[in-house]
Design a binder for this molecule. Structure first.
Ligand code: GTP
Ligand code: MG
Length: 193
């Protein structure tokens, strides 16, 4: 629908929105595509730093009456980009997350193999300060065996305890294998309705 390089370029706040945030390459764009069943919608890539703007998509599901904006965000924590670029993206991410009244929930994506990294902690602190409702979504679960998934889940749940803005339910997903997409759809409905 629209791409914004600064918060001045965002749509007015009349439509509820949810955003996909997380480290570069964690799988934000791929998961957004999988969630709506539309492969080429948000651009994905093997190279971190693919998404560089706030990309808006309008979801208008006739069957359920669900209408909202889905926002694909640039990733953070990508050390190899030019310093100037990193500053630009980080500024955009922070401005957006801090000051968007119609932002109903942030889905914070975390690689199931890696768990929380320092850059995730910084964003969690910002979300906590700004009192933004947040739900953590583990990605790339296909890379872990079932037992390892449970371990990753429990470790993360314990680490997230201090963050009161974080929803108690963690969603385990794999866009590749279609794991957890229904749970994520439920979470989206819960956030918007
Ligand atoms: P930036 O836009 O750079 O911040 O990255 P992103 O978080 O949008 O990641 P993107 O969706 O572009 O995916 C990054 C890489 O991870 C791509 O090579 C995807 O194919 C891969 N990927 C995404 N989801 C999955 C998954 O569920 N399983 C596996 N194995 N790979 C995945
Ligand atoms: Mg992306």
């Amino acid at each position: 629908m629209l791409s914004a390089v600064s918060v001045d370029g965002l749509p007015d706040g009349s439509v509820a929105e949810v955003a996909f945030a997380g480290r570069s390459n964690v799988g934000k764009s791929t998961l957004l595509n999988a969630l709506v069943g539309h492969k080429g919608l948000a651009r994905t890539s093997n190279t971190p730093g693919r998404t560089q703007q706030l990309n808006y998509f309008l979801l208008n599901e006739k069957s359920s009456g669900l209408t909202c904006h889905l926002v694909d965000m640039p990733g953070y924590g990508y050390a190899r980009a030019a310093k100037k670029e990193i500053r630009k993206w980080t500024g955009l991410i922070r401005d957006y997350l801090r000051g968007r009244p119609n932002l109903r929930r942030v889905f914070l994506l975390v690689d199931a193999r890696r768990g929380l990294m320092p850059a995730d902690m910084e964003i969690l602190e910002l979300l906590q300060e700004a009192a933004v409702s947040t739900q953590v979504v583990l990605t790339k679960a296909d890379k872990l065996k079932t037992g390892e998934r449970a371990k990753a889940h429990d470790k993360l749940a314990a680490e997230l305890k201090p963050f009161v803005v974080v929803h108690p339910t963690l969603v385990m997903t794999s866009s590749l294998k279609g794991i957890g997409l229904e749970d994520l759809q439920e979470a989206l409905k819960d956030a918007v309705q």
